[in-house]
Design a protein around this ligand. Sequence first.
Ligand code: FPP
Length: 235
Amino acid sequence: MNVPNHIAIILDGNGRWAKAKGMPRSYGHVKGCANLETICDDMKELGVKYLTVYAFSTENWKRSREEVEGLMKLFRNYLKKCIKISEKNKMRVKIIGDVTAFDDDIQQKIAELEEFSKDYTELHFQIALNYGSRDEIVRGMRRMARDASEGRISPEDIDENTIGNYLDTVGIPDPDFLIRTSGEQRLSNFLLWQMAYTEFYFTDVAWPDFHKAELIKAIEKYNERDRRYGGVKEE
Ligand code: FPP
């Protein structure tokens, strides 16, 4: 089985999964978070080098105050715990998105985790928090315009690589494979620039139930695809 170098996942369906069990949405997020830990182990075991997950979008602030507060609590705990996980898996962790919107202590935890894990290379794990692809492009283009107006780059030199260098994902290869759980079939503003040639896979399985067997099933589907842009099937 050929394993994609970079897998991106839209973690969807925690709320519906919990509701179906007669439980509050927050229970779904807790289980979704636990599943994220296991899936990192599975990715490493399968030999995936890059994993990027969409955990909190720029739109997610519009959810109820209770739900947002619950997610912030979960992020706090997870970011702390993730130091141990990164050590165990030799995993480099990077947060993409506009982290300045988070409370100072969360920003501090993010900085600590990124610094602690910066030399690990077994698995590169990107967590998208307060992420929106259009917002990422706006932030990047503002910096690029500033660099141009201050003479650090000239408009003639701007190419696709230059643009990639101004995005949060700088240095990370584009995803080969996108998985979205829980039935929805849209991108929801996730890695729009980076996924120009990515293969998409949608499953009805909710994120808390997306375990290793489901991951393998998805990768098997990926292997059936005819990838003309440098994927699994060489021409
Ligand atoms: C989508 O399910 C999920 C989220 C908005 C949050 C994702 C969070 C986690 C998986 C856990 C925490 C992650 C980290 C990095 C600690 P939904 O609530 O939109 O489900 P629904 O579509 O059924 O309502």
